[in-house]
Ligand binder design. Structure first.
Ligand code: PHE
Length: 366
């Protein structure tokens, strides 16, 4: 039985447990979905090599949502009604996870998002979980770093008004930065998929900020960085986990150098478990170093596997209860204990971008 079957592939039999996965395998967030799929496939391969769960092999049905929330919601309906999955993994983008959570909660099928950080995702109901921190913390991390490490007094913000993630992070950053004594000079907006940000950047330049917070996704952030430099804006850019993609360097080139972003994990971590994960991932994926998405998806899959082992059966309520009891689970992106709101409380790292890569700067604990 293959560890990964694309949607509609392997027929479900009594010898397998079928999981569902929804991800952006194409579109503006494609590296998110591909990394996540790789991380999940590695976890399932390991679990199956160790005998599977309850004497059965694990398989996963994967649907591509093309980076669109409406497609993500439809994929969940298909996974539940046609594929009869016991549990769903995904999405990365909070807007897509929000659309999915609605359907999963209504059907009573547990869903674990590896990496959606907007707080409202798990508020959709008691079947919705995540294995990452949430944006009230992530926004605080960069505000603190900007004030205390970069010593910035005046910062502008450029948000994506099509993304629940970007809007939420903007709100928290603005509030925390002000609380820490900093000033927000202006907040400008763009829409996901835009390609010209010069009007917003010109307005930002007029306010003479010492830094610009851009809590968007890599596809747009790379282009924003180039246009900012062209307009003579030389100050550091700052962002969140949405920057985490190899493509950021391709799109941003040297314009993104000297920028910083908060993230869930750094491959520089010397921990033995992390080193083994990186080596195994590289072996399976042509030497690629796993990003935070791959690490969190690997962790989400293992949390699911662990819950499947502990649950008395694979019904929705039994699995939900087992997932909710996850405590001190040793993930490669930090230990996972799920709180009463079904969120994980974890540290964040700050990474610096330079010369086509990101390097570890510091860890900030909750
Ligand atoms: N946290 C982002 C969101 O909620 C997704 C993301 C996580 C992107 C980790 C990159 C890395 O939309």
């Amino acid at each position: 039985v293959p560890a990964v079957a694309q949607g509609g592939g392997t027929p479900a039999g009594n010898d397998v447990i079928v999981l569902g996965e929804v991800g952006a395998l194409t579109g503006g967030q494609a590296t998110f979905g591909i990394s996540s799929r790789n991380g999940i496939a590695l976890a399932l391969k390991e679990a199956n090599a160790a005998g599977g769960v309850k004497g059965k092999k694990l398989v996963v049905r994967v649907y591509d949502d093309q980076s669109k929330p409406e497609e993500a919601a439809q994929a969940v309906t298909r996974l539940i009604t046609q594929d009869k999955v016991v549990l769903i993994l995904g999405e990365v983008a909070s807007s897509s996870s929000l659309a999915m959570a609605e359907k999963a909660q209504a059907a009573g099928v547990p869903m674990i998002t590896p990496s959606s950080t907007n707080p409202t995702v798990t508020e959709k109901g008691d079947y919705i979980f995540r294995v990452c921190f949430i944006d009230p913390f992530q926004g605080f991390v960069m505000a603190k770093f900007a004030r205390e490490h970069l010593k910035l007094n005046k910062v502008a913000v450029l948000q994506d008004n099509k993304s629940a993630y970007s809007i939420g992070l903007t709100e928290v950053f603005r509030q925390k930065f002000a609380e820490l004594g900093g000033k927000i000079t202006v907040t400008e907006s763009y829409s996901q998929g835009d390609t010209d940000y010069r009007a917003q950047l010109t307005a930002i330049k007029k306010t003479q900020p010492e830094g610009i917070y851009v809590p968007g996704y890599y596809s747009e952030v790379g282009v924003i960085a180039r246009q900012a430099r062209e307009l003579g804006l030389k100050v550091p850019l700052m962002g969140g986990d949405g920057w985490d993609s190899e493509k950021l360097f391709e799109l941003g080139g040297s314009a993104i150098d000297g920028s910083y972003f908060s993230n869930h994990y750094s491959p520089d971590n010397p921990d033995e478990r992390v080193k083994k994960f990186i080596a195994d991932y590289k072996a399976d994926y042509n030497g690629a170093v796993p990003d935070a998405l791959a690490a969190l998806a690997y962790d989400a899959a293992w949390v699911a596997i662990d819950a499947l082992k502990r649950a008395p059966d694979t019904s929705g309520p039994a699995l939900r209860d087992a997932i909710a009891q996850t405590k001190n689970f040793p993930g490669v992106a930090g230990a996972i204990t799920l709180d009463a709101k079904r969120n994980a409380v974890k540290s964040a790292v700050v990474l610096k971008v330079a010369d086509g890569k990101s390097t570890y700067v510091t860890t900030i604990a909750p």
